[in-house]
Design a protein around this ligand. Sequence first.
Ligand code: NAD
Ligand code: GLY
Length: 366
Amino acid sequence: MRTIRIEASTGYDVVIGEGLRAGSGERIAALGGNARTAMIVSDDTVYGLYGGPVRESIERAGLVARSFVFEHGERNKNLAAYGKLLEAMAEERMTRDDLVVALGGGVTGDLAGFAAATYRRGIRFVQIPTTLLAAVDSSVGGKTGVDLPNGKNQAGCFWQPSLVLIDPETLRTLPDGEYRAGCAEVIKYGMIGSEELFRAVSETPVRERFAPVIDACVRMKRDLVEADEFDRGERMKLNFGHTFGHAAEFLSGYRLPHGFAVAAGMAAVTRAAVPYGYCGEETLEALLECLERYGLPAAIPYGADAMREAVLSDKKASGGAVRLVVPERIGSVRIVTAGTEELPAWLARGGVGTKDLSHLPDCKGV
Ligand code: NAD
Ligand code: GLY
């Protein structure tokens, strides 16, 4: 069992341990604070796999367990699902002392967290991430929200969880594509801050060492969140690959999974960073090799004009400029501000609209 304390505007523990889900109720009840009801929010796939044991555990701990189950997929991280969830909480007459339990991947955590943040001006929520992506990234740090028709995560707020319970056993049921999508975020952590982690995951598959890899990523995220909770500086490094990645995800109508889009975005921005002189060719080669090892895409399957429009409508563009996270070497990145007029050159140098897409990995079943 590993426990990592996050000291953000509110402090909380991230606990990592095999089989943790069976005792989740006890840990949730131990948060205290007069909670009576816990609303489990989960998608249909995850609830079918893990809803029962978590619900039983919550009831054994003396809380009333209720559930809100929605259809899986990014396309349901939207205002309609958010509205229905708030209504379900109100129908249960949940009070400000009650809790939301997000059981699932990043879609569930973002949606449930946003509902918790806004229901009666904010109630506590617990994250039980069941994807690798959510374990290493989205369950920690308090970014919550839903997508709008215009783009990703456009409605949301910062609202820290009260507890994060990561049970690596749940990752064993992930479809292969979802596992690989999570590996893209792990590779991201290596690229932005730890050559040691990058080399380790380049040599040994992440699935052979889930707990230590998750531990390393959460500690890096802790440091960035504690330094810059509200994403004005250092924390933006976590957006490596996201400026182009979010745009690609949006253009795919959310058929391209988030992790795959981030992988393609990391490759594109690193490809551009070489001719701009931010990093050397060897950094790009190491990244591409690692992405290939995990069957992740290294090219963006959309044209330059569409990408330009999508990047500009994403919230990472502001005030006539776009912020790009650019590698200097493996384990180190810097934040570069590019004028929107420079964006076409970045996209062209990143190979967007020109790269051969014949090696785009299959993301069916993801
Ligand atoms: P997801 O929640 O849609 O989960 C992916 C799929 O895996 C779903 O179909 C789900 O049903 C299935 N699944 C989940 N756990 C499973 C398990 N244990 N066994 C079998 N199937 C399982 O997507 P995701 O990749 O976890 O998260 C992506 C989302 O996270 C995006 O919306 C992205 O914007 C968001 N995100 C948020 C942050 C943040 O800081 N808040 C950070 C990164 C990503
Ligand atoms: N995943 C980006 C962040 O938490 O800041």
